[in-house]
Ligand binder design. Structure first.
Ligand SMILES: Cc1ncc(COP(=O)(O)O)c(C=O)c1O
Length: 389
């Protein structure tokens, strides 16, 4: 028998966040339970029809059957630059300051390979999207976790990071609007981050996957709006949540040309770019009719209001997020996050995500995704009220 020995880098990884919940959910489903899944951040809404039409047409064109360009079709990068100008009033050079990604996760996961040497430090939000930490570990680096706590509106308190850590840090991940806390950050915070990054020579990687999932009149800023950000920052965007295209795998990074070029250098050795037909559909998404975006926002907003109101009536502490399709809910006294997630699953057949799965500072919370329709949200509220906390 050949012994299959995994490398330490994957042997030592923290367990996959959803594995245990998936297993319990599967067992309950086999027994016929009517499960409502608020666990995974994957839009239930379809991709708008005009984007699908663009893909169908592009798929038939033989010029789109060959290898795409590594950094993305120039037409796609021009569309990104136009979209950025319109949305954030930031000018980008499509040739050097934009790169296509196979979903933003791909870029977020590869960027440490471009900058992190063994034992270099990466500043990482806690709780946070798990890829920041695993990508750091894959590159041989160490995460220094910046707690996101309610008292500081779920933004990192830079004054609490020791000077010797800041001196050693090479890269910092930020993410606003934030997953999992649903917090937003304003320009003064980004100004502080850019100032800090300049002082300590830290590359900022701002994950902006949720900037377009926003409510009422609120529009989240881009870090690149801040003076000096272009010297030190890149921003990751995704078409996944903006246009309900999670399955299509298309995103992009924009910002400092040297950082973009280094990411590109890693990528040329790993992947061969985004399929051209998908990029063509991406251009239609970015520059075409934006009605679906308005509809998407109002759909999540209605669901948000329904669930926030219901949870409050049931006695929960939860605030109304200005952006993202998540609620970050304080759990009742006496439970850990994992215990409460299990409790909701076994007693109400509702799947949620334990906050501590996103990092130690997520303990005391669960995350609920607004990715089921209004009737199912109303059913969640009914079931939770019946549990009597
Ligand atoms: C904070 C955050 N960043 C990035 C991603 C990755 O999105 P995609 O790879 O689909 O662009 C996600 C997906 O859930 C996310 O929550």
């Amino acid at each position: 028998m050949v012994k299959i020995e995994k490398a330490d880098r994957i042997k030592d990884l923290p367990p996959y966040l959803f594995a245990k919940i998936d297993q319990m959910k599967g067992e309950m489903q086999k027994k016929g339970a009517d499960i409502i899944d608020l666990g995974v951040g994957d839009p239930d809404l379809p991709t708008p029809a005009h984007i699908i039409d663009a893909l169908q047409e592009a798929a038939g064109d033989p010029k789109n059957h060959r290898y795409p360009s590594y950094s993305g079709m120039i037409e796609f990068r021009e569309a990104v630059a136009k979209w950025y100008q319109k949305r954030f009033h930031v000018s980008l050079n499509p040739s050097t300051e934009v790169i296509s990604l196979i979903g933003s996760k791909e870029g977020i996961a590869h960027i440490p390979l471009a900058f992190i040497n063994t034992n270099d430090i990466v500043l990482t939000p806690d709780p946070g999207y798990p890829v920041y930490n695993t990508a750091t570990l894959f590159a041989g680096g160490n995460s220094y976790f910046m707690p996101l706590v309610k008292e500081n509106h779920f933004i990192p308190d830079f004054s609490k990071i020791p000077d010797e850590i800041l001196r050693k840090a090479k890269l910092m991940y930020l993410n606003y609007p934030n997953n999992p806390t649903a917090a937003v950050a304003e320009r003064p915070f980004f100004e502080d981050a850019v100032k800090l990054a300049h002082h300590y020579q830290i590359i900022i990687c701002h994950d902006a996957a949720y900037t377009e999932v926003c409510f009422d009149d609120y529009r989240p800023p881009s870090i690149l709006e801040i003076s000096g950000a272009m010297d030190i920052a890149i921003e990751f965007h995704s078409l996944s949540k903006t246009y309900n295209m999670t399955g299509w795998r298309i995103g992009f990074a924009v910002g400092n040309p040297d950082i973009i070029a280094a990411l590109g250098q890693v990528k040329t050795n790993i992947d061969s770019g985004v399929a051209q037909a998908i990029q063509t559909a991406g251009i239609t998404a970015l520059l075409g009719d934006q009605t679906s975006l308005i509809e998407m926002r109002s759909t999540y907003q209605e669901r948000r209001d329904l669930l926030v109101t219901g949870l409050k009536e049931a006695g929960f502490e939860v605030s109304t997020p200005k952006a993202t399709f998540y609620l970050w809910v304080s759990i009742p006294f006496g439970f850990t996050s994992t215990e409460f997630t299990t409790h909701l699953l076994t007693k109400a057949a509702v799947v949620t995500t334990p906050g501590n799965g996103f990092g130690a500072s997520g303990e005391g919370y669960i995350r609920m995704a607004l990715t089921v329709d209004k009737d199912r949200i109303a059913e969640v509220v009914r079931r939770i009220k019946d549990m009597n906390f």
